[in-house]
Design a protein around this ligand. Structure first.
Ligand code: PMP
Length: 354
């Protein structure tokens, strides 16, 4: 039985994407060779990379607007330092909304002054700070759109004249936004896009080339742009599967279509959390993430029963992160509403037992 996969990442991917990816590992599109044994300079792979890059821009509505899409390596964690290396000349602002923001701040400090513009650390990051002022002399402002660990999500983005950089690792392609408000977006593939191994970077070219420092080639966005994201051997499998997932999303009707499904899934689980006295949500209601729902069990005595029931029903990956505890149900794009329903059924059954 295929399990209901609530893992926070790497995580669920569309079934048809995994099937096609598995076939391509044996033989890519009838060419007599595997995807992972051909040159990245072959016409087949060059076409895959180009399609992945153009689908990313198309789905985000950023085609022809001065942006470049890159599929890089080193995870979103390398972007913590690459952003600062390429953009931080004197002073950058960071909104501190969790573990990943903190890690981004730590790396940026190696390159210049970092101002923590706002923070929700006072309440273990269970809310999104609001109403803060953004200094106008920043080289950029860095935010994290969705906090995977704590289950919070920015609903209203800061309005600012400085370049806006966003870590969208855990909610990219999940909801409609005016993506042109961001000057640089990055996201590890392993949630809404593909397997671990590549990171999507979408950057507005005009913000680059202003720091006046030498940047090693592998860390220089301009180098990667000039080489069409093929400066060195790219992670071919991760890029291929990302391309398939982006094509799957496009065929489904794009971000507008998936947003509707994601809202239904989130409403289903959050209404159960709110109505069922056995459970309590962790994140502030107005800041709840549609991707990662975090919750506690109010009656510790029911913990074991709940976990056994989940196991028997094939519910997988709902343990909360160690820094938060409780439970976390991650409901990325590929998760069906039926799977969320299976979890909600158990939650309501547990209430009857309690
Ligand atoms: N940012 C966010 C919001 C994340 O959720 C994660 C990983 N879960 C990261 C950054 C780090 O990504 P990576 O492991 O690809 O470096």
């Amino acid at each position: 039985m295929k399990k209901h996969n609530f893992s926070a990442g790497p995580c669920i991917l569309p079934k048809e994407v995994m099937q096609k990816a598995a076939e391509a590992v044996v033989e890519l599109d009838g060419i007599g060779l595997s995807l992972i044994e051909i040159s990245h300079r072959s016409k087949e792979f060059v076409a895959i990379m180009e399609k992945a890059r153009s689908l990313a821009l198309e789905l985000l509505g950023l085609e022809g607007k001065g942006y470049s899409a890159l599929f890089l390596q080193g995870g979103a964690s390398t972007q913590f330092l690459m952003v600062a290396h390429n953009l931080l000349k004197k002073k950058a602002g960071y909104v501190n909304t969790g573990t990943w923001s903190l890690k981004a701040i730590k790396e940026a400090k190696l390159f210049g002054e970092v101002v923590e513009v706002a923070s929700s650390q006072d309440q273990n990051f269970n809310y999104i700070p609001k109403g803060y002022a953004v200094p106008s002399d920043l080289d950029y402002l860095h935010i994290t759109s969705n906090n995977t660990i704590f289950g919070t999500q920015i609903k209203e983005f800061p309005k600012t004249n400085v370049p806006l950089v966003c870590d969208m690792s855990s909610d990219i392609f999940s909801r409609q936004l005016d993506f042109s408000q961001f000057d640089l977006i990055y996201a590890g593939a392993q949630k809404n896009m593909g397997p671990a191994g590549t990171t999507l970077v979408v950057v507005k070219e005009e913000i680059l080339g202003k720091v006046g420092r030498e940047i090693p080639s592998m860390l220089d966005y301009k180098v990667h742009i000039s080489k069409d994201s093929m400066f060195n051997t790219p992670p071919v499998f991760a890029v291929y599967v990302s391309m398939l997932t982006l094509q799957w999303l496009k065929d489904l009707g794009g971000i507008a279509a998936i947003e509707e499904i994601n809202e239904k899934k989130a409403n289903l689980i959050y209404s159960e959390i709110d109505l069922n006295p056995v459970f309590a949500g962790i994140a502030a209601k107005e800041d709840r993430s549609n991707m990662n729902a975090t919750f506690n069990i109010t009656d510790e005595g029911l913990k074991e029963t709940f976990e056994t029931m989940c196991k028997e029903a094939g519910i997988s990956g709902i343990s909360g992160h160690r820094s938060v505890g409780g439970y976390r149900a991650s409901m990325y794009n590929a998760m069906t509403i039926e799977s969320v329903g299976a979890l909600v059924d158990i939650m309501s059954e547990l209430e009857k037992k309690g």
